[in-house]
Design a protein around this ligand. Structure first.
Ligand SMILES: *[C@@H]1O[C@H](CO)[C@@H](O)[C@H](O)[C@H]1NC(C)=O
Ligand SMILES: *[C@@H]1O[C@H](CO)[C@@H](O)[C@H](O)[C@H]1NC(C)=O
Ligand SMILES: *[C@@H]1O[C@H](CO)[C@@H](O)[C@H](O)[C@H]1NC(C)=O
Ligand SMILES: *[C@@H]1O[C@H](CO)[C@@H](O)[C@H](O)[C@H]1NC(C)=O
Ligand SMILES: *[C@@H]1O[C@H](CO)[C@@H](O)[C@H](O)[C@H]1NC(C)=O
Ligand SMILES: *[C@@H]1O[C@H](CO)[C@@H](O)[C@H](O)[C@H]1NC(C)=O
Ligand SMILES: *[C@@H]1O[C@H](CO)[C@@H](O)[C@H](O)[C@H]1NC(C)=O
Ligand SMILES: *[C@@H]1O[C@H](CO)[C@@H](O)[C@H](O)[C@H]1NC(C)=O
Ligand SMILES: *[C@@H]1O[C@H](CO)[C@@H](O)[C@H](O)[C@H]1NC(C)=O
Ligand SMILES: *[C@@H]1O[C@H](CO)[C@@H](O)[C@H](O)[C@H]1NC(C)=O
Length: 687
């Protein structure tokens, strides 16, 4: 029995380097091992056998500290230990190993006899160790990583390790040379404790990126980007911005104390440790900000012609996108969410300065104005005549044409379709209008887009009666007692009235165009006067009516010869109306009255120095003139010449210079008449 026991003890000693504790004869505790190295958190078993002499009965058996304190009585241990004790053998399982569990543990048993107590000394020394993987060699390339790894612990003596790749035991060799994929994780454990592996080594996992604050990023605020990746050993980090190859930052966090709109963009980061490098997904940084100065464009950009389609576009850099408002001359025109304002058919009223406002919740800004110049053909011209009142011959008259057009029109004035000389800016000017200028006028307005004529305007030039003429009817021989008609005609506007006077008779003989002598007799011979008058003035024509008896005939036949070639013109223009108008309107332009000595102090408003004209009473050289032809048939050329000479003399002697407008200027030409009578006598004597 003893020898068997001794043999077994020897075997135990050989196999397990058993510690035999036997102080007293027959008493002893044999532990299966003296030292145990275990990982934190793992579970170990401590085993022993014990002996005692016969005659004792074991009453108590337990594991204890060096001071024999029972572990069961220790709060820190009692729940973690478990005994499996049979006769003369006792195993203690200790779970959830902690660093503080590193110490010596002993087995003790107590018997029914007082001296029968025994503790196996020395006990088992427990060491709690940490395991660590050391990378002794590494080569990282894009496709794989090759590494030489070493497992390390604080255990002394021969320790066996096991390697776990992605949780599976792969080998016990140490160091361990292996290829690692980007997602492999590797750890080592004490052999038999694979569950309690070292911290795993692995390349960085996909880095996650985050922005703080996570809400809207407003220009000027402080923003931090963070890159983080699970990696062992811990990764280092590098931040990049799209388009830039150089790192922005080699820190985990990228900070913008005051972010700008230019900081907007796509960012990424990389996480790198010894086992590899990993790139994050993109991070879009969208700084929001107030609109930048808008730009305005006009389409088409060339000349804008009335009726064309025009588009104004306002655009402005803003985040979030701005909305737009259009203004014309600073006044609200339209909302334009997309910045576009469209004219389907632009009109001249749309001409002007336009600007737009760009706005989002962070601010607003106005564009500089853009000028829209709408071009169009001339509109119907308006014409004006100055003075607008009655137009009197001799006065200055201005015709003005004006028409709305862009670009400005040029103008041409026409009289009855005949163009007039071009004046400046649609003006046609008559320095002194004459009766020939009477007629219909219009103007044409023209630019490169078209032309248009004004409606016609009638210029009615008024004038004092022109030189009258007198004719006699019948022109043939007249039987005494028959009727003779004298006709006086004068061009005048407005039409003149006619008054007939006879020499030495105060009252008018007749009025109207014609003066009819009912029962003609030679006694009707004498000086007559036809006065033609309108409101602008009058002409008086004085002529002689001579009765010539036709010879060689018993019948009393007479020939009436009017005028005997003398016409006395008294032209006095009395223009009361014009006078008053002129006096009112252009007093400074009144001609200075000629102040000759002895003239009346009273001013003569219109002192028309009327030259006397030869009377043209049917002595004009018209063949159709019955009187003239009659005269010509009976008279010699000489007589005619005399007559003309005479008339010339007479005319020269007559001067009409009315110095007093109140006094009828038809001065009694008594001397003249007497001269004429003499001439008449001479003339008749010659016959
Ligand atoms: C030891 O293991 C325990 C439980 O497994 C764990 O909580 C503790 O962090 C570990 N301590 C060390 C230093 O590894
Ligand atoms: C106790 O130990 C014996 C032998 O050593 C073993 O057969 C038995 O299964 C163990 N019991 C427990 C609960 O561990
Ligand atoms: C990466 O390493 C492996 C193993 O050493 C090698 O076969 C491969 O050619 C290398 N690839 C590159 C791109 O260097
Ligand atoms: C590693 O990635 C490969 C594919 O890329 C996959 O097949 C494999 O299961 C992954 N291994 C682990 C441990 O996730
Ligand atoms: C991501 O980072 C790499 C550098 O690792 C860089 O070349 C690439 O342009 C970045 N991509 C983007 C979208 O920022
Ligand atoms: C990051 O870590 C790797 C591996 O340890 C090293 O090669 C690299 O130089 C480090 N990069 C920086 C920027 O520190
Ligand atoms: C447009 O603006 C310009 C410059 O301010 C100004 O001279 C011009 O008169 C404006 N045009 C109109 C039609 O208001
Ligand atoms: C334009 O944007 C501003 C700021 O966001 C808002 O107050 C306004 O109502 C918007 N106007 C329109 C017409 O959408
Ligand atoms: C008036 O304008 C038209 C069109 O621009 C041009 O053809 C014409 O020569 C101009 N006339 C004058 C007198 O300037
Ligand atoms: C002739 O006309 C003038 C001016 O209109 C007027 O003053 C005059 O009385 C008229 N004479 C006759 C006879 O109608």
């Amino acid at each position: 029995m003893v020898s068997t026991r001794a043999l077994s003890l020897l075997l135990v000693a050989l196999l397990f380097s058993v510690q035999v504790v036997q102080n007293k004869a027959g008493w002893g505790v044999t532990y299966t091992t003296a030292k145990i190295c275990a990982s934190n958190g793992s579970t170990v078993e401590m085993k022993c056998t014990y002996t005692y002499p016969a005659g004792y009965t074991v009453t108590e058996e337990f594991w204890c500290f060096e001071n024999n304190e029972n572990l069961k009585g220790n709060l820190d241990y009692k729940d973690r230990i478990q005994y499996n004790c049979t006769e003369k053998s006792c195993t203690m399982k200790m779970a959830d190993l902690k660093w503080t569990d590193s110490r010596e543990y002993r087995f003790r048993f107590i018997t029914d006899k007082t001296e029968g107590k025994y503790t196996g000394v020395p006990g088992i020394t427990l060491s709690i160790t940490a395991l660590q993987v050391e990378v002794t060699k590494i080569r990282v390339n894009e496709s794989c990583t090759k590494a030489e790894l070493k497992c390390k612990s604080s255990c002394t003596g021969d320790v066996s390790y096991v390697w776990l790749k992605n949780g599976k035991e792969v080998t016990e060799e140490n160091p361990y040379i292996t290829s690692l994929q980007f997602n492999d994780s590797i750890c080592c454990a004490l052999k038999g404790q694979g569950k309690y592996c070292s911290a795993s080594l692995y390349a960085p996992k996909l880095p996650s990126v985050s922005v703080s604050p996570s809400a809207e990023i407003v220009e000027g605020s402080s923003v931090t980007l963070t890159c983080s990746s699970d990696a062992n050993p811990a990764a280092n980090y590098t931040w990049y911005k799209e388009g830039g190859q150089t790192p922005l930052s080699i820190t985990k966090q990228l900070s913008f104390p005051s972010i700008q709109s230019s900081d907007s963009g796509v960012y990424n980061c990389t996480a790198q440790n010894e086992l590899g490098i990993r790139k994050s997904k993109h991070l879009l940084i969208n700084v929001k900000y107030a609109p930048k100065l808008p730009s305005v464009s006009v389409s088409p950009s060339a000349e804008i012609v009335e009726g064309s389609s025009v588009t104004l576009t306002c655009s402005s850099d803003a985040n979030p996108a701005a909305n737009y408002t259009w203004y014309k001359e600073g006044l609200f025109l339209a909302w334009a969410p997309d910045g576009v304002h469209h004219f389907t058919s632009i009109s001249p009223e749309n001409r002007g300065n336009y600007s737009c406002k760009s706005e989002n919740q962070y601010g607003q800004i106005n564009s500089s104005p853009v000028f829209i110049n709408v071009q169009y053909p001339p509109k119907l011209p308006s014409v004006s005549v100055s003075p607008s009142a009655e137009i009197v011959e001799g006065r200055s008259v201005t015709l003005t044409c004006s028409s709305d057009a862009n670009p400005a029109a040029n103008y041409t004035w026409y009289k009855e379709d005949e163009p007039l000389p071009v004046g400046p800016e649609g003006v046609h000017h008559f320095t002194s209008i004459s009766s020939e200028d009477r007629g219909n006028y219009f103007c044409k307005s023209e630019n490169q887009y078209g032309q248009i004529n004004s409606s016609p305007v009638f210029i009615n030039v008024q004038y004092a009666p022109k030189l009258p003429s007198v004719s006699v009817s019948p022109s043939a021989e007249i039987v005494e007692g028959s009727s003779v008609t004298l006709t006086c005609s004068s061009d005048a506007n407005p039409a003149a009235n006619y008054t007939w006077y006879k020499e030495d008779e105060d009252s008018a003989k007749a009025s109207g165009h014609n003066f009819i002598i009912d029962k003609f007799s030679p006694a009707h011979s004498g000086a007559y006067q036809c006065k033609v008058q309108n409101k602008l003035g009058f002409h008086s024509l004085t002529f002689l009516l001579a009765v010539v008896r036709l010879s060689g005939n018993d019948t009393e036949m007479w020939k009436v010869i009017a005028g005997t070639a003398i016409a006395i013109l008294l032209v006095v223009v009395l223009i009361w109306i014009l006078f008053s108008i002129w006096k009112k309107e252009i007093p400074r332009k009144l001609p200075e009255p000629t102040k000759s000595p002895g003239t009346s102090a009273q001013k003569q408003p219109v002192e028309q120095n009327c030259n006397l004209h030869y009377a043209s009473i049917q002595f004009s050289k018209k063949q159709t003139d019955p009187l003239y032809s009659n005269i010509k048939s009976k008279k010699h050329k000489e007589e005619e010449e005399n007559k003309i000479q005479y008339a010339a003399v007479k005319v020269a002697s007559v001067s009409v210079a009315p110095s007093n407008r109140n006094q009828e200027t038809e001065e009694d030409p008594a001397t003249l008449y007497s001269s004429i009578n003499k001439a008449l006598q001479k003339y008749m004597n010659q016959n």
